[in-house]
Design a protein around this ligand. Structure first.
Ligand SMILES: CC(C)(COP(=O)(O)OP(=O)(O)OC[C@H]1O[C@@H](n2cnc3c(N)ncnc32)[C@H](O)[C@@H]1OP(=O)(O)O)[C@@H](O)C(=O)NCCC(=O)NCCS
Length: 205
């Protein structure tokens, strides 16, 4: 199994990062990656101005990041399959010519940012527009269109995405605290898989 994580010239890459062989990552020198991150086959990621992937992040197969702007994904954020994240846009309202085949100054692409906060999960085939911040712990149902900021610990569905339910915060935070106590040393350094003592399996797992 080929892992591209330690072959591409990322700005930073942590430990236990696995990038499958058929993922395509453009401008890796503009991408920083934390620890325990998985990027599946057939992900297409253009780094844009800058991309920051923190730790415990998954980007599912056939997802893409395009648009040339900034992307930040905080710890424990996940993107499932077929998600489209756009960090920039064209002028759809008629102020310029559009599309990357047109040279400047005829084209006026808008570079923006997408910020996906801690514990966010994004359902399959969702589209995320530029300029959006998805609040901590929010969940986005499959096939949604996220055009505006999303409130923390809220589940959104639909096109455009609207609040649907609240998400259980306390259990997720409790599990994060437990995981950090096991997977980080007393100085706050991540303990890679290879150095971990075999843990007792939880009952029923
Ligand atoms: C949003 C979600 C979490 C809601 O789950 P839930 O609370 O169990 O919802 P239910 O299945 O009980 O559905 C409740 C209603 O919401 C609707 N609904 C559910 N998910 C929806 C979605 N993504 N978009 C629009 N409507 C949705 C249902 O049709 C149902 O409508 P009805 O009351 O008119 O029949 C879930 O449906 C979802 O989209 N999960 C993402 C799954 C995914 O992408 N997995 C990929 C692998 S990680």
């Amino acid at each position: 199994m080929v892992n591209q994580a330690y072959q591409l010239p990322f700005r930073r890459v942590g430990q236990d990062v696995f990038i499958w062989a058929k993922a395509q990552i453009l401008s890796p020198e503009r991408i920083s990656i934390g620890d325990s991150v998985i990027i599946d086959d057939f992900v297409f990621m253009m780094a844009g101005e800058e991309t920051i992937l923190a730790s415990f992040i998954h980007i599912g197969a056939f997802s893409s990041v395009l648009g040339g702007g900034y992307l930040i994904m905080e710890d424990f954020a996940g993107i499932s399959s077929g998600v489209r994240v756009f960090t920039g846009n064209e002028d759809y309202l008629g102020g310029s010519l559009t599309n990357p085949a047109v040279p400047s100054p005829y084209r006026l692409p808008i570079r923006s940012s997408v910020h996906i906060k801690k514990h966010v999960i994004i359902g399959a085939n969702t589209v995320i527009f530029p300029g959006v911040t998805i609040g901590e712990g929010a969940a986005i149902g499959a096939n949604s269109l996220v055009t505006k900021d999303c409130d923390p610990w809220t589940i959104y569905v639909g096109s455009p995405a609207r609040p649907f339910k609240t998400r259980q915060r306390d259990k997720i935070i409790e599990l994060e605290v437990k995981l950090r106590s096991e997977l980080y040393d007393y100085q706050g350094n991540y303990i890679p898989k290879i150095q971990r003592k075999p843990s007792k399996r939880r009952k029923g797992t």
